[in-house]
Design a binder for this molecule. Structure first.
Ligand SMILES: [Zn+2]
Length: 255
């Protein structure tokens, strides 16, 4: 057992949970490096219990660049008393992430942020990613698009609504808002977020030329999307490499 003196009450956690904490902490630090963060907002979470109701979440208003593995809150989605803690989580994050993990058992990790290019795309009437290169085609027919943004969320109902909008997808473009990406592991969710922002960058750059897009036909787009399946496992060496760069620049994420 590794002892974790976390803000959630100095509880002990398993080696498995500790590894999850370290990976999630790395994801926060890397998000700053890639410039996908925004002030002290946005939230990443990871389910700890099998039913997803117990999950790790970043503390309220703590800058992503300073988050350590031991800082992550461990929350029970069914325990309202967490909001009475001195270090109570952001209420909307507690509602939404708790409900999403519970509603989507495969969504062990949930990354929500407002990266610049994807958010620009989400501000368009049609935020969909067109298959115009290999990276954009990775998301062909594989992204949920939520166009029912109703302002900042603070109710469990919004978590349920977003879970249903996500459906069986692992990536969601949230119209007028940002993105949500889920995965079985931090590495896989982070890889999708990485390619999603790159695809959005390609879309924004292509739109910016003012010239018509050369959109792949359905068969080619599907073939190209399916071709990515052979590269899904690249998420692990990529994330391991990115963690190595953190180990060299600032290993405090592992504390
Ligand atoms: Zn947001």
């Amino acid at each position: 057992m590794t002892t974790v003196t976390s803000p959630a009450g100095g509880r002990q956690c398993s080696a498995e949970e500790w590894a999850l904490r370290v990976d999630l902490a790395a994801a926060f630090r890397l998000t700053v490096q890639f410039d996908w963060h925004e002030s002290v907002g946005n939230h990443f979470s990871a389910a700890v219990s099998a039913d997803g109701k117990t999950f790790l979440l970043n503390p309220k208003w703590k800058h992503f660049s300073t988050i350590r593995a031991s800082d992550l809150l461990c929350l029970d989605a069914s325990d309202d008393s967490v909001m009475q803690w001195d270090d109570a989580p952001d209420p909307s994050a507690w509602c939404i992430h708790g409900r999403l993990h519970a509603a989507l058992p495969g969504a062990r990790v949930l990354l929500h942020c407002h990266p610049p290019y994807a958010t620009a795309l989400c501000g368009l009437q049609d935020p969909s990613i067109k298959p115009i290169d290999q990276c954009t085609a990775r998301f062909y027919n594989r992204v949920a698009v939520d166009t029912d943004f109703g302002g900042p969320a603070d109710e469990a109902g919004e978590g349920d609504r977003l879970a249903s909008a996500m459906g069986n997808h692992s990536v969601m473009l949230m119209g007028n808002h940002g993105v949500a990406v889920t995965g079985a592991t931090v590495a896989e969710a982070f890889e999708d977020l990485y390619f999603l922002e790159r695809a959005a960058r390609t879309m924004v750059l292509a739109y910016s030329t003012g010239q018509p897009l050369n959109v792949m036909d359905e068969a080619l787009a599907e073939k190209t999307a399916a071709g990515w399946n052979a590269y899904r496992a690249a998420a692990f060496p990529h994330f391991a490499y990115l963690k190595q760069t953190l180990d060299q620049s600032d290993p405090t994420y592992k504390e």
